[in-house]
Design a protein around this ligand. Structure first.
Ligand code: 2RA
Length: 337
């Protein structure tokens, strides 16, 4: 058990869910502290019925903290992670800043739990669009070796933060009232629209969000030979990312086999009955920690192709839940020593 734990970015949307999860999952600790930027420091947080003062993130605040779970912007993580690690604190970082550092394990507990072994104080949690995809890929990869993935994402506005969610609601109201609305999180209107750009232009016409799906998938599976072709789209959905995924495998996987493989995988829930209109939808997956899979079908255009639809709560499994699961792995690995 870690004696003193901290949530860094405790007042943000993901920080709030991390707090809920620590309580729900009875995460073990003796002392807990809540850290945030100067702007939120000094406010108070009620946790398990007790009031806590939110402390400002400074280098010295990490003295005496044994484990920190961080959900902050990249620039903040760039700063605070070394402060913490230098003071002997183990950090589970949810930001994008450290993910591709060779010495930093990038972990999805259902996929590569072994990667935490030999960590050097810092462990990263992947981007939300990657996390749900690799959880769904894992049983198929183990069974038939995935050699190619074509994925199109339908990403909710919550992925762009609370401002993104506000943009959807206020933009929709303004659209219906025939009024102008100044979008804060998005460059284009998101109400009654789709935006085929998430992140900045990065590589050969792909965006930074799309390239994260390529590089992070390679790192998590430890296999650069998996070819990944992503298209990331922002859609007018409040929360939960959806993905249309096509995998090509070395060994053919039938629909029945895929359904069985998915159903036997902890962390995956199968909702797959087209005749009765049953498939995962964002509005129904909101607030759940699972990765939902449905619309499982053979690819009509290739011999070993399998297509499916995948939905997950991007704030939970895509962020908070995965980070807390990594922290749980760390507790388990301490107990095993
Ligand atoms: C998004 N994946 O949905 C990002 C958040 N990390 O914008």
């Amino acid at each position: 058990m870690f004696e003193t734990i901290a949530i860094v970015g405790a007042t943000g949307a993901v920080g709030r869910i991390i707090r809920q999860l620590l309580e729900e999952r009875e995460f073990p600790y003796r002392n807990i502290r809540f850290l945030a930027s100067k702007r939120s420091a000094g406010t108070s947080i009620t946790f398990k019925g007790e009031d806590f003062l939110v402390e400002e993130m400074t280098p010295d605040v990490f003295e005496g903290i044994d484990l920190a779970i961080g959900s902050t912007p990249d620039e903040t993580a760039k700063e605070f992670c070394p402060w913490a690690v230098e003071r002997g604190c183990v950090v589970v970082d949810e930001s994008g800043y450290w993910r591709m550092e060779p010495k930093v394990p990038l972990v999805v507990p259902e996929v590569n739990p072994e990667a935490i072994e030999g960590h050097q104080g810092l462990i990263s949690s992947p981007n939300c669009s990657t996390t749900q995809m690799v959880v769904a890929m894992k049983p198929l990869h183990d069974f038939g070796r995935i050699r190619r993935v074509v994925v199109s994402t339908y990403q909710a506005t919550s992925g762009a933060g609370v401002k993104g969610q506000e943009d959807l609601k206020a933009g929709t109201r303004a659209f219906l009232a025939g009024e102008d609305y100044q979008y804060q999180a998005f460059k284009h209107p998101i109400a009654f629209n789709l935006v085929p750009q998430i992140g900045s232009p990065k590589h050969q016409g792909y965006t930074s969000e799309e390239m994260k799906m390529v590089h992070e998938t390679h790192k998590i599976f430890g296999d650069d030979s998996i070819r990944v072709c992503p298209t990331c789209i922002r859609v007018p959905v409040d929360n939960c990312h959806s993905e249309s995924i096509l995998v090509e495998t070395d060994k053919k996987i039938t629909v029945a086999q895929a359904r069985e493989l998915f159903a036997a995988t902890p962390g995956i829930k199968v909702v797959d009955d087209l005749d009765s209109g049953k498939y995962p939808m964002p509005a129904q997956c909101d607030g759940d920690d699972a990765v939902f899979v449905g619309r499982i079908r053979e690819d009509l255009s290739s011999d070993n192709g399998l297509a499916f639809w995948c939905v997950s709560d991007n704030l939970r499994k895509g962020a908070a839940t995965n980070a807390v699961q990594i922290a749980e792995l760390l507790v388990k690995s301490q107990a095993a020593v």
